[in-house]
Design a protein around this ligand. Sequence first.
Ligand code: FE2
Length: 361
Amino acid sequence: MTSREGVIVRQLNEGACRTYLVASAGTREAALVDPVLASTERYLQVLREGRWQLRWVIDTHTHADHLSGCRLLADRTGAEYAMHRKGGARHISTRLTDGSALKVGDLVLEAIETPGHTRDSLTLKVPGRVLTGDWLFIGGAGRTDLPGGDPGEHWDSLTRVIPSLDGSTVVLPGHDYNGRTDSVLRDERRTNAHLQERSRDEYVAWLSAAAEPTPVWMIETLRANNAGPIDPALRLAPPDAAAVCAVGPVPRVPQVSADEVKRRLDSEGPAGLLLLDVRQPEEYTGELGHVPGAVLVPLPELRARVDEIAAHRPATVITICRSGDRSARAAAILRDAGFVNVLNMTGGTLAWRDRGFPVER
Ligand SMILES: [Fe+2]
């Protein structure tokens, strides 16, 4: 939670998808930005416990990766549902344009049109901070190859808006797939690949090269969000969907097959190896189970908990998830943290199970 001049900004979710409570400490009025439908009851509890009056629910853009909780929260609380003027959701009650101001008690959220990830992408300016949705991530940006995305428009909005923001502005993104919470704009200007000097044509060519087809479940999610989903039990994303809004391929890290891991365990035993499972706890103990001896550190927590496994730095670390995507990101995090021998198990626990190897639950 960050508090400045009576403004409270609190991130409410676990995992890669971020929902922010923005509130006025003085008047107890609040807005929820990018609420996730499945977490509606939890948000209502947070509002009750904090005695917050919900004035606004806001989607920074039409989401393709998760179902929006805006309509249901608006129905349940009487809050206004605000979105970009081009937003397709049927239940929007307030349409925002560049410079629109949303009052939350004595605090004002200013909307900035930042298209590119989608044509209806907004960034919300709060004193000292920007809630960037999927326009700008820490060390990256939202992909521009989903329906409504446009790399040229993304370049236009980055080059128009970024110079207008103070370097000390705190960046609060709509996602982070590596467990980071915030960043400072001056650091992003220096290190974020999307903010490096490129012509519009170069930028478009760079992002177009990373373009991939949109999965069917994302098209269904866009459609559902336009219709206004109200069933918190509805699930459209597959459980292993990872980093779906980020640009670019899964990081390139050395791979090891499930067969090779099994062979090595059988011939040399577990000494000198750390099997690191980076899924969620319910997956680790769930139906698929986990590779015997694998230690659980969920990907979103890995960066913060890397000290717990520091003693294994000389070992070979094998990262494992369900299908091999999240574990590739985990391997990249460990490599950045100074682990030298890190291998990603190709195909994850699914491949391990498909070979009939034993699992623990
Ligand atoms: Fe998105």
